[in-house]
Unconditional design. Structure first.
Length: 84
């Protein structure tokens, strides 16, 4: 499980709210739990970087989904390339 630490004193911090920026990024608003010595509030940006293991969709399913979104003319051109 992920944990946010205060950038000032490195104590544990609590996420108080989240502001979604896009499907792959959010701003996390945080508060330091070390209220006696620090008490900082801050924002952290959380974003998707890359997959460690790709999703379970197969290469064939991915190709079919991409082809389905192409105009019919381009689909036929790609099929003709297979005959070379």
């Amino acid at each position: 499980m992920a944990r946010v630490n205060c950038p000032n004193c490195e104590a544990k911090a609590v996420v108080t709210s989240r502001e979604v920026q896009s499907t792959h990024a959010s701003h996390l608003y945080c508060s330091c739990t070390n209220s006696k010595e620090c008490g900082a509030t801050f924002r952290v940006t959380l974003g998707f970087d890359h997959y460690m293991n790709p999703p379970l969709i197969t290469t064939a399913q991915m190709a079919a989904a991409l082809l389905k979104n192409l105009p019919r003319e381009q689909q036929l051109e790609l099929l003709d390339m297979n005959q070379l």
